[in-house]
Design a protein around this ligand. Structure first.
Ligand SMILES: Cc1cc2nc3c(=O)[nH]c(=O)nc-3n(C[C@H](O)[C@H](O)[C@H](O)COP(=O)(O)OP(=O)(O)OC[C@H]3O[C@@H](n4cnc5c(N)ncnc54)[C@H](O)[C@@H]3O)c2cc1C
Length: 434
């Protein structure tokens, strides 16, 4: 069968890989001049900067791991030892391991009674029937009871643990207030905390999509090819990109949901298009402050997170520690990842200035950076508000015959969500066509 895949981020690349494994003829289109979407890399003056994603999360990314093993690439992943400073409102710093949620309990701000109470809350969650997968929307929907993460965390873990554990943790991952998140993902992370470990491919996160394409021998890949329309032609579809038409048996839309809604106009019910358009996204910005000469070669941790407070930034990362290939020899880049609400009304100059202030506050003074690069997304991270998963899951059933959807937005933003959604779309298609 001849199949078009729209979007070559991790979701579209995983769809393509799975369809090629099943022997289908795949035409993959992306509007950008490289694959990877929000995981792609940008080269500048010897730096290899991630435009978006930072790391894989070990055992809680099972489908990503399985595919990387199939491709013989899993062993190439480079572990990131994400030792972190939690910076308190009074500037006091506490050291934790970001990939060991329980290490946050060692913070001296917790009394013995509070530690026991949080440990009891975690244990109770561990033994309750929670989501089995952190990024499977259908599975997460079963446990999304409408409560917000803020309310759940305060109720189960207490106020202090919410400010010193849940807030810095989810602030780094999703950079939005806890009141706008559903509970399911965090519950799944708490239940699987022992599986967490962080890693990055040697050439950066963009390499995951490169590997998937390498493993999809025979794919017809068209870059710099924005798909403008998808139209029905009898039982088939015609995909149009810059005047070129490709007739196919089925289409997988692995683009951002608003784009998919536009392409589906007239093909799918309006209610499905509306659900896709209304999918919640956060505005997101991060700034890479780049130094050819590392001003802090011996800094004791690689990551800083604000605890007990919401600042303009949610995390500061020393990129050479996360991904050694990110910087030229002897160099350093600090990634300043912004919290979402303060971005409203901030100009690019404001964002740069705030980033430089954050760098000085966290790591100490430094000479002028070699350059500063701002990455700004109007729709950065797909956010699962309470009720999100079930709503998104129901959209699959509303697709016309021969059209399938993939993208991280079926769960929370994350490479695992994207890869899993791509595999599921390809598997549905293969099942329907056989
Ligand atoms: C700053 C930032 C940090 C992040 N950190 C992490 C992290 O540490 N770990 C993690 O797992 N995830 C992280 N993520 C999330 C991760 O990047 C996404 O979950 C993942 O990229 C989603 O993959 P996707 O394929 O669904 O979408 P995307 O990566 O957005 O890919 C969609 C693709 O569709 C293409 N497209 C859109 N419209 C069209 C069209 N009309 N025609 C053709 N092509 C089109 C786009 O060009 C794009 O390449 C981060 C994201 C950001 C922004």
């Amino acid at each position: 069968m001849k199949i078009a895949v729209v979007g070559a981020g991790p979701a579209g690349c995983a769809t393509t890989y799975t369809l090629r494994k099943n022997g289908h003829d795949v035409y993959l289109f992306d509007a950008q001049d490289q694959v990877g979407g929000r995981t792609s890399q940008m080269q500048r003056e010897g730096f290899n900067l991630g435009t978006g994603a930072l790391f894989l999360m070990g055992g809680i990314y099972p489908r990503t791991n399985a595919i990387l093993k199939e491709l013989g690439k899993y062993k190439e992943l480079v572990p990131w030892d994400a030792k972190a400073h939690i910076i308190d409102r009074d500037q006091q710093r506490y050291t934790v391991e970001f990939d060991q949620v329980m290490s946050f309990l060692k913070l001296p701000v917790f009394s013995l009674g509070e530690k026991l109470s949080v440990a009891y809350g975690v244990l109770k969650q561990l033994f309750s029937p929670g989501p089995k997968s952190c990024f499977d929307g259908a599975e997460l929907a079963k446990h999304d009871n409408g409560e917000s993460l803020q309310a759940w965390s305060e109720r189960v873990l207490g106020d202090k643990a919410t400010r010193y554990i849940t807030l810095p943790y989810m602030g780094f991952l999703y950079a939005v207030p806890l009141s706008s998140l559903s509970i399911s993902l965090f519950q799944a992370v708490v239940q699987q905390f022992y599986k967490l470990s962080l890693s990055v491919p040697p050439k950066g996160m963009g390499q995951i999509s490169d590997w998937l394409i390498e493993g999809s021998q025979g794919v017809h890949l068209s870059l710099s090819s924005r798909v403008e329309s998808v139209c029905r032609k009898g039982a088939r579809y015609v995909v149009t990109t810059q005047g070129r038409e490709v007739e196919v048996d089925a289409v997988v839309l692995a683009s951002e949901p608003g784009v998919s809604a536009d392409l589906l106009q007239g093909l799918a019910p309006n209610s499905a298009c509306e659900s896709l358009r209304n999918c919640t996204y956060s505005e997101y910005a991060h700034v890479q402050v780049c130094y050819k000469q590392n001003p802090w070669p011996d800094f004791p941790v690689s990551l800083a997170l604000p605890g007990n407070q919401v600042k303009t930034w949610g995390a500061c990362v020393l990129q050479s520690r996360r991904h050694p290939g990110a910087v030229p020899p002897g160099g350093e880049a600090v990634g300043v990842y912004f919290y979402t609400p303060p971005l409203k009304g901030m100009s690019e100059e404001d964002i740069k200035r705030e980033a430089l202030m954050a760098v000085t506050e966290v790591f100490g003074s430094a000479p002028e950076p070699s350059f500063v690069e701002v990455f700004y997304y109007k729709r950065g991270l797909s956010i699962a508000v309470p009720g999100h998963y079930a709503k998104m899951d129901s959209v699959h059933q509303q697709m016309p015959k021969g059209i399938y959807l993939a993208g991280d937005y079926f769960a929370h933003a994350g490479v695992e969500a994207a890869i899993l959604s791509g595999e599921l779309a390809a598997n549905r298609l293969v099942r329907d066509l056989s």
